[in-house]
Write a protein that binds this ligand. Structure first.
Ligand SMILES: [Zn+2]
Length: 77
């Protein structure tokens, strides 16, 4: 009784989630249509990484550095 292990690797179309064969001519997409849809997303900037680096707290720290000038202890008479 040998357990028949059939390891079929499956891939899903990133656009519609349909199963795509690895030897499909449109791999990794299920069809040319989905490939174009995905390209369209790129073109529209959906996948664009736009994370603001300017953190309000960081800006505050930078601004506060210059305001610590006088210690107050020593003043001339
Ligand atoms: Zn698809």
């Amino acid at each position: 009784m040998a357990a028949k292990k059939k390891s079929v690797k499956l891939h899903r179309c990133p656009t519609c989630g349909m199963l795509v064969k690895f030897d499909d001519e449109d791999f990794p997409f299920c069809s040319d249509r989905c490939r174009k849809i995905d390209l369209g997303k790129w073109a529209m900037g959906v996948y664009k990484i736009s994370s603001p680096i300017l953190d309000p707290e960081v800006l505050e720290d930078l601004g506060g550095l210059g305001s610590s000038g006088g210690n107050g202890d020593s003043y001339d008479e």
